[in-house]
Design a protein around this ligand. Structure first.
Ligand SMILES: Nc1nc2c(ncn2[C@@H]2O[C@H](COP(=O)(O)OP(=O)(O)OP(=O)(O)O)[C@@H](O)[C@H]2O)c(=O)[nH]1
Ligand SMILES: [Mg+2]
Length: 643
């Protein structure tokens, strides 16, 4: 269990930690010289029965509140220290505000230097403190008079701290540790310390530094100051890291060390923001602020999403636009301080760590944020019901540090279904199915001669406009279910087939027989017209229609080939396995030099072949441009011999 101190300068925090643990957490030379705490100090006390109390000792000086903030993140409970001699002072109030904004509702107040006050004074201080706590997350917390000098009350305080118990952070998510220190240990190399906010870390784990993206492997670790095989959420850990580009200078306080699945630095964070009631003026849109998240501290601006001003004591959805990228997960608490870092002005809970750069104030975005502000299960169900109708499940998982299996479970609970990484409600899928099929049906009715719609046309023609990747997922689902058919570049209903008029059909029968017989050297439009006594214009029109249907391909003006024959010729060209000449190609097709060159020029135009001087080669990606080549004809089986 990790306890963080809080309280005004000189009120006895470090002395109290020493009385509780025997350890002086002030380790810097400057701290000793000035008699004040500047940076975070750490102390552990083993209670002998396997239990342990860990302390993060913070500075009370108003200039070092940013350090206090880095220390207060990830603690289980707050130990608010108030001097019985001095009572409530500015940083007593500010540290308590921070504890409140971080959502810490477990803590104890130590009324220190009790040896310097009489009983009446102590009772008076206790009443003042009780009033101060009453509007915060620590309301009702116990107040224990203690003296680090005489030792009075120390054992009682220890017992009461232990009784608070651990806060129980989620070990189910991917690992994330907030780095508060990084140093070089002779013989070991780079060591970072910090609190694990979620998940577990073990030796040999491969982790990533957020935001830098540097890779690190855990060589060994200490949890709560002892060598360990695993560090769990809620524990303070020291990790000995190695990595190709890792160095002490590449790691800073405020970085996160995360499982690779969770590495997603962001500089636009959508939050629910509260302005402290003690503020004297409203916060205006686009105000600059110091933003503290985890152990990180960056500058940013506050984009208000639901108005131009936020009044003291009020809350509103907002987007924090940061000067630098950081790691963030929904539910994380953020503390804001004024631009000159003189006072804490408010705090926020992260709703979506990946805020959009555009349309962030649009009504549908605000509705989405309202849904996302709920606990995980309700949030997923809520977002599925929104007008957009789908959830990008991977993004949802990373934003909230949920493993894919957990997202899947939540989706099942919300009675949703997954299609290619997107979640939908069954009713939404049914509506999309109906919409897609009705759109195609209407198209077929309007254009019975057309083979179908191309994918993008279908997407744009539907009643509901899906984003292209979501549409692709929905379309794939329908194709798999055979609700619609992919026909070359076209999508059509399975029942839709083009029928030619009986005259055309009869003509096509004759023409197709000719095209089949001489598939590499077919007659041309004029030849058919003459042969069958049909006007040339009508013959041409029929073949143009058949080309639209994908049955024939016009390789040169008025010169049509059967589509499978084109696929076969591509296979023949590819069959050379290397560059080939027009003459070699002609010899395979046996169709004359002039025609062979016309065909190859057509292939060149289509990008199926690339020509270099007299040589050509095929382009692998284009080989199936006209479908797969027909199976080679099966040779007639040898007559069965008897005997
Ligand atoms: N008489 C008396 N003096 C105390 C007691 N606790 C602390 N002090 C004295 O108060 C002074 C400040 O104590 P610290 O523990 O350094 O105070 P702090 O809250 O850690 O101060 P910062 O870290 O700088 O905010 C020191 O001179 C201590 O000896 C106590 O219980 N009784
Ligand atoms: Mg101190």
């Amino acid at each position: 269990m990790i306890v963080g101190t809080a309280g005004h300068i000189d009120h006895g925090k470090t002395a109290l930690v020493k009385a509780l643990t025997g350890i002086d957490a002030d380790r810097l030379k400057e701290e000793k010289a000035r008699g004040i705490t500047i940076d975070l100090g750490y102390a552990y006390s083993d209670l002998g029965d396997g239990r342990q109390l860990g302390f993060v000792d913070v500075p009370g000086h108003e200039r070092f509140v940013h350090n206090m903030l880095a220390g207060a993140t990830g603690i289980d409970a707050a130990l608010l220290v108030v001097s019985a001699a001095e009572g409530i002072k500015p940083q007593t109030v500010e540290h308590l505000q921070i504890v409140d904004l971080l959502g810490l509702d477990r803590g104890i107040v130590a009324l220190t230097k009790a040896d310097l006050a009489d009983d009446d004074q102590i009772l008076e201080r206790m009443a003042e403190i009780e009033t101060l706590l009453s509007t915060t997350s620590l309301r009702g917390a116990e107040i224990v008079p203690v003296s680090a000098l005489t030792g009075d009350g120390i054992d009682e305080l220890k017992t009461k701290l232990l009784a608070l118990g651990e806060s129980g952070k989620a070990t189910t998510g991917f690992a994330r540790l907030a780095v508060d220190r990084c140093f070089l240990l002779p013989g070991a190399g780079v060591v970072v310390t910090g609190t694990i906010h979620a998940g577990e870390i073990r030796p040999d784990d491969r982790l990533i530094l957020t935001p830098s993206g540097l890779e690190a492997r855990v060589r060994s670790l200490h949890a709560q100051n002892r060598p360990a095989e695993v560090g769990r959420a809620g524990e303070r850990c020291a990790l000995n890291l190695t990595g190709p580009r890792l160095s002490k200078d590449a790691i800073r306080r405020g970085d996160w060390i995360v499982s690779p699945d969770l590495h997603a630095p962001t500089d636009r964070i959508d939050v629910r923001l509260s302005l402290l009631p003690s503020e004297t003026a409203s916060l205006r849109h686009w105000s600059p602020a110091h933003v503290h998240l985890g152990a990180a501290h960056v500058m940013g601006r506050v984009a208000l999403l639901e108005g131009e001003k936020l009044a003291p004591g009020d809350s509103m959805l907002a987007q924090l636009v940061l000067d630098e990228k950081i790691g963030a997960v929904a539910g994380d608490r953020v503390v804001l301080r004024d631009p000159s870092a003189l006072r804490t002005i408010g705090g926020a809970a992260i709703v979506d760590p990946f805020g959009p750069p555009r349309n962030r104030r649009a009504e549908r975005r605000l509705a989405e944020l309202t849904a996302l502000a709920a606990p995980d299960d309700e949030a997923l169900a809520g977002v599925l019901r929104l007008e957009a109708g789908y959830v990008d499940l991977a993004r949802f998982g990373v934003a909230r540090n949920l493993r894919p299996a957990e997202v899947e479970r939540l989706l099942g609970e919300a009675e949703g279904a997954q299609v290619a990484g997107y979640g939908f409600l069954a009713a939404t899928l049914a509506a999309a199915h109906d919409d897609m099929l009705a759109t195609l049906k209407a198209f077929h009715a309007e254009k019975p001669d057309a083979p179908g719609l191309q994918g993008e046309r279908l997407r744009l023609a539907m009643k509901k406009r899906w984003p292209a990747p979501v549409f692709a997922a929905l379309l794939d689902r329908e194709v798999r279910a055979k609700s619609l058919v992919v026909d070359g570049p076209f999508l059509r209903l399975p029942g839709h087939s083009l029928t030619l008029g009986s005259k055309d059909e009869a003509l096509w029968q004759k023409i197709s027989a000719e095209l089949t017989r001489d598939r590499f050297k077919p007659p041309r439009v004029r030849d058919f017209a003459q042969a069958y006594g049909v006007p040339e214009g009508d013959t041409r029109k029929l073949l143009q229609r058949l080309a639209k249907l994908g049955r024939v391909v016009e390789l040169a003006p008025d010169h049509y080939f059967l589509r499978p024959a084109v696929a076969e010729m591509i296979a023949i060209a590819n069959g050379f396995g290397q560059e080939f000449t027009a003459a070699e190609f002609r010899d395979k097709l046996d169709n004359g030099r002039k025609l062979a060159i016309l065909i190859l020029e057509f292939f060149d135009r289509q990008g199926i072949t690339i020509r270099r001087g007299d040589l050509r080669r095929t382009v692998p990606q284009k080989l199936e441009r006209y479908g797969k080549p027909p199976e080679p004809a099966v040779s007639p089986s040898a007559p069965v011999r008897s005997g």
